[in-house]
Write a protein that binds this ligand. Structure first.
Ligand SMILES: *Cc1c(COP(=O)(O)O)cnc(C)c1O
Length: 352
C-alpha cells in the first residue's frame, strides 16, 4: 500500500482544547469546520464531546453530519444559513445560527419556532466581510430580542488582523464592538485562536478556537503550549546516489553540488502537499531534519538523505513533530490552515 499516513493524535487535540479554554476563560467553541481543518470532523468532535462547550462549523451540512453521528453539544453555524429553507435544519437539529445579514434576520423573524433558539448575532466591527454595521447592530439585536422564537443572543464579531500583534486594527475593532454593544445585555464572543493567545481584551464569554486547537500557532513558528495534532509521514521507497552536477526532477531546477544520496518518497501535490514548497523545504528522515531537493511532483518528492544512511524504508515526516506545518507553509508562501485542509489520499489513523 502507498505509505502516506496522516496520524491524528486525539490526546493532543484534548490537551489543546483544555489549554486554550484555560487561557481564554469562560466557554470555548471547538471550531471543526472544513472537516476539522482536514483532521476529520466526526472523529475530532467525538474526542472532544465530553469537554467542549460547543462546536462551530461553516454550514448546515457540516452540522447535520455531526448530529447524525451522535454529537449532542451545541453547534454554531458561523455563517448562518445560506437560504431561508435551511432554518428547517436549524430547528430540526437544534443548531445555533449566526445572523450576519438583513435577509438572514428577516427570514429568521418570519418563521414560526416551536422551540426558542440561540442566535449568534454578528457585527461587522471592521473586517467588512459579513455582519451588521455597528450603527445597525442595536436595531437587529432589538428585533431578535422581541421575537418569541429567540431565547438567547450571543453578540459576536471576527478580527481581521489578530495574528499580527502590532496591527492597530484589532484595537479599533474592539472599540467599535464595545461601543455598539453598550446597553445590550447578554454573552459576547470575539476571540479566534490568535486573539485567545494574544489579545487579552478579546477574551469574553465564548472563545472560538480553530487552528490552535490543532496544535498550530496562528503566529507562525511554534508554541510550546500546543501539541501538533496531525503528523503527516511517508516512507522512502526508492533511492539512488547521484554524481555532482546532476539535475533532479521536473524542470531540472536543482543540480547536485556533490555526490548526493536521494530518497524518493510517496507524497506529492495531489496529496495536498504544496508544489511551491520545493528545494530546501524541511522534512525529517527518521527524526533527523533534511530537505526536499528538486520540485514537488504530483505523487512523489525527492529528499536528500544522509550519505551513510540506507534510505530504503526510512520514515519521512512531512510535518508534525520535528518539522512544523508552519515551516512548510512559509516555504510555500501560504498558511498552515490551507495545508491542513488540503491533505488527501493519505491514510488517516487516530490515536487516543
Ligand atoms: C474559522 C473561524 C474561527 C476560527 O479561527 P482560527 O483562526 O482557526 O482560530 C473563529 N471564528 C470564526 C467566525 C471563524 O469563521
Amino acid at each position: 500500500m502507498r505509505p502516506l499516513n496522516a496520524r491524528i493524535r486525539l490526546d493532543h487535540l484534548r490537551h489543546n482544547y483544555q489549554t486554550l479554554k484555560r487561557i481564554h476563560g469562560g466557554k470555548l467553541l471547538a471550531v471543526v469546520k472544513a472537516d476539522a481543518y482536514g483532521h476529520g470532523a466526526v472523529r475530532c468532535a467525538h474526542a472532544l464531546a465530553d469537554l467542549a462547550d460547543g462546536f462551530a462549523v461553516a454550514s448546515p451540512d457540516e452540522a447535520v453530519a455531526l448530529r447524525e453521528s451522535g454529537i449532542d453539544n451545541p453547534i454554531v453555524l458561523l455563517e448562518g444559513v445560506f437560504e431561508p429553507e435551511e432554518y428547517d435544519l436549524v430547528a430540526r437539529y437544534r443548531l445555533w445560527p449566526a445572523v450576519g445579514s438583513q435577509w438572514q434576520l428577516e427570514a429568521l423573524l418570519a418563521r414560526e419556532w416551536d422551540e426558542p433558539l440561540t442566535v449568534w448575532l454578528k457585527m461587522d466591527s471592521g473586517m467588512h466581510r459579513a455582519g451588521f454595521f455597528p450603527h445597525h447592530y442595536a436595531a437587529a439585536f432589538t428585533a431578535l430580542k422581541q421575537c418569541a422564537g429567540v431565547a438567547e443572543i450571543v453578540k459576536f464579531s471576527h478580527f481581521a488582523c489578530a495574528d499580527e500583534p502590532e496591527n492597530g486594527m484589532t484595537d479599533m475593532q474592539l472599540e467599535a464592538f464595545d461601543l455598539a454593544c453598550e446597553g445590550l445585555p447578554g454573552a459576547e464572543s470575539l476571540a479566534n485562536s490568535a486573539a485567545i493567545l494574544g489579545v487579552p481584551a478579546a477574551r469574553r464569554d465564548w472563545g472560538r478556537a480553530g487552528i490552535a486547537l490543532y496544535g498550530v500557532s496562528p503566529f507562525g513558528g511554534s508554541d510550546e503550549r500546543l501539541k501538533p495534532v496531525m503528523r503527516l509521514s511517508t516512507q522512502v521507497f526508492g533511492e539512488r546516489v547521484l554524481q555532482p552536477h546532476s539535475p533532479i526532477g521536473y524542470g531540472a531546477t536543482f543540480y547536485t553540488s556533490k555526490s548526493t544520496r536521494v530518497g524518493l518518497i510517496a507524497c506529492g501535490y495531489a496529496d495536498g502537499y504544496p508544489r511551491r514548497a520545493s528545494t530546501n523545504t524541511p522534512v525529517a528522515v527518521e527524526g533527523q531534519r533534511s530537505r526536499i531537493i528538486g520540485r514537488v511532483s504530483m505523487d512523489m518528492i525527492t529528499v536528500e538523505l544522509d550519505p551513510a544512511q540506507d534510505g530504503l524504508g526510512c520514515e519521512v515526516e512531512l510535518w508534525g513533530d520535528t518539522v512544523g506545518v508552519n515551516e512548510v507553509a512559509e516555504a510555500a508562501g501560504t498558511i498552515a490552515y490551507e495545508l491542513l485542509c488540503n491533505v488527501k489520499r493519505a491514510k488517516f489513523t487516530y490515536s487516543e
